[in-house]
Design a protein around this ligand. Structure first.
Ligand code: SF4
Length: 370
């Protein structure tokens, strides 16, 4: 288990793929206790749900005010948007006591720095100190919700606010000029409740972009048992979806994901909402960044990242062809990862050509049905 730093760049192949590689976690651990959370199996390094601790504000501050070198600093100088809330919710209840996120927002406001916050507690941002701290800040708030079914939501996300509370907060933030997004995440089609209603509420609150990704059931941390307890039955044995093993976790089959995401896409289209998914199995993204912030004023996601620049990979595309004209701060490291075939191991639609260190695109029909 890795102890993650409060401000960090996502690691290894992820930084080649993610258009927002710069991250902040204001807390270590998360008390929100979501049944499906991968927290115990991944990177927080302390007791997951129970050992929540504030991260060092001075550590975060130094990258903005004192440090002059390093990759983090290079990205900050490029004004690469920063994402807050990766391994813990930045506005979880402990924020009322320590206000680390409020202080981070003030640092970012001081520099008018493009910011993305991922949270289940958007209502905290509508309190007066926070509204002051986000005034004029280029800000996107992604509010995560796993289901419209309110009774089930309370069991899946026992500490998080109600759906109505989250939607009302998005409305207030949207009225204040914040870009608000619905994060239908994790998406569990047979537990998501009335999606039509959920998307309609989000739309009426000012949401234009919906981010949707399927549930990953991590093998570590007793995740499966927690989900069973929340839904009141053996979920994997009773679901109509086919789950498959994918390394650290189980996830629905490609066929299930494509079918269900196509359904969500139809619902979104009917409401004029933009649907984005990380893997883009249904081809809706058209090389927008997967967080959908690239079309907001003041936000410029990393242009070299696969989900922005990947259209350049066609047939035997070389690293030089891929990276030309981009000032990527880890050019040499990227080239080395490229030459090891890392991109193909992380992205389903690519093939690595070992003989000439190039990549080609897989026939879509073949990889979709794998
Ligand atoms: S809010 Fe996020 S990090 Fe916290 S328990 Fe829920 S899923 Fe995990």
């Amino acid at each position: 288990m890795i102890l993650q730093r409060p401000l960090f760049i996502c690691d290894h192949a992820e930084r080649l793929i993610c258009p927002l590689p710069l991250k902040i976690d204001c807390y270590r651990g998360c008390s929100t206790r979501c049944a499906y959370c991968s927290l115990n199996g991944l990177r927080t390094g302390i007791n997951g749900f129970d050992g929540v601790q504030p991260n060092s504000i001075r550590f975060i501050e130094k990258f903005f005010y004192r440090r002059k070198t390093g990759m983090e600093r290079a990205l900050i100088d490029q004004r690469s948007p920063i994402q807050i809330g990766i391994s813990s919710d930045p506005l979880q209840p402990i924020e009322k006591q320590y206000q680390v996120t409020l202080r981070v927002l003030r640092i970012l406001q001081d520099r008018q720095y493009p910011t993305v916050i991922t949270t289940k507690f958007p209502g905290q941002l509508t309190e007066s100190g926070y509204l002051g701290a986000i005034e004029g800040l280029p800000l996107a708030v992604q509010s995560s919700v796993s289901t419209q079914d309110q009774a089930l939501l309370k069991r899946l996300e026992p500490v998080a606010p109600s759906l109505q509370n989250r939607i009302a907060a998005l409305q207030t933030l949207s009225d204040a000029g914040v870009h608000v997004q619905l994060r239908l995440w994790p998406y569990i089609p047979d537990l998501a409740g009335n999606l039509d209603e959920l998307l309609g509420m989000a739309h009426d609150a000012g949401v234009k972009d919906v981010l949707c990704n399927f549930l990953k059931i991590y093998h570590a941390g007793g995740t499966c048992l927690k989900i069973n307890k929340a839904v009141g039955r053996d979920y994997l044995k009773s679901t109509c979806l086919k789950y498959r093993n994918a390394g650290l976790f189980k996830i629905a089959s490609y066929e299930d994901q494509i079918r269900e995401l196509s359904h969500v896409q139809d619902l979104c289209r009917g409401l004029g909402l933009n649907l984005l998914t990380c893997d883009d199995f249904i081809g809706t993204r058209n090389w927008q960044d997967c967080c959908g912030v690239g079309h907001y004023p003041g936000f410029e996601p990393s242009p070299w990242a696969y989900y922005v620049n990947g259209w350049r990979i066609t047939d035997h595309t070389s690293f030089q062809e891929y990276i030309s004209n981009y000032d990527c701060p880890w050019h040499d490291e990227f080239e080395s990862e490229w030459n090891k075939g890392k991109l193909a191991r992380s992205i389903s639609g690519l093939i690595f050509n070992e003989e000439d260190k190039t990549y080609s695109r897989r026939n879509e029909d073949v990889w979709r049905l794998r």
